[in-house]
Write a protein that binds this ligand. Sequence first.
Ligand SMILES: [Mn+2]
Length: 268
Amino acid sequence: MDYAIGDVQGCFDTLKQLLKKINFNVDSDRLFFLGDVVNRGNKSLETLRFIKSLKENAEMVLGNHDFHLLVCALTSHRPNRKDTFHDILQAPDKNTLLDYLLTRPLLIEHNDVLLVHAGIPPQWDKTTALKRAKQVEKRLQDNRTKDFLGIMYGNEPAKESDCSNEDEICRYTINAMMRIRFCKGDGELEFEHKLNIDRAPIGFKAWFEHENRALNNTDVLFGHWSTLRNINTKHVYPLDHGCVWGEKLSALNLANYETTSILSVEVD
Ligand SMILES: [Mn+2]
């Protein structure tokens, strides 16, 4: 069986319980993690080591927290007070773990389903989304990764049409795929608000609510937005169920779309 799993955020004990509940078999099952596998929770190191150890039986897309770890580990950018990935930064196998993250995709196409951490802006069809993701993946893997990571933070350009060079297109792509919640119909991003979906800033909607979305008929599985529940948009599956906030961690069976959830077992 193949499963998509929402944001683990270092909640390794809850992940183990969830895998027990779905009878995860390392020889026959595959796990697709929707990003943010590290940070905020207590066991980022164990979580990342475990996912890497599954080799071809696990895949993951990069989330904003995974990306933040890379930026803090490989540039002069310092972690902030809320970050809990110091265990990885001090680990003897730090470099192999970082290399593992650097070679992860931003977007996975699995059968006809797309898996991404935050979302896909409305103006992108599948070909464009895959092309943009590839552009960033290539830069993360070339020999100037550190320079690249050093200039990828920032909310601008908010609009794809305002991008004037490849670096700006990559920054827009990273912001869109790893951080998007609200945007305009043309894909203009908005990062001031982390509000619930019913309180979109004026002129903006959740990225999947735009009627002109190019991917309206493609199943998209994503994490990142932990307050989303039971939304009415077809083909859109939010799977961050708030594990790190004491709520649930969920696995979606990709064969039948049944969701298995477990309440967080993390202790502060
Ligand atoms: Mn996230």
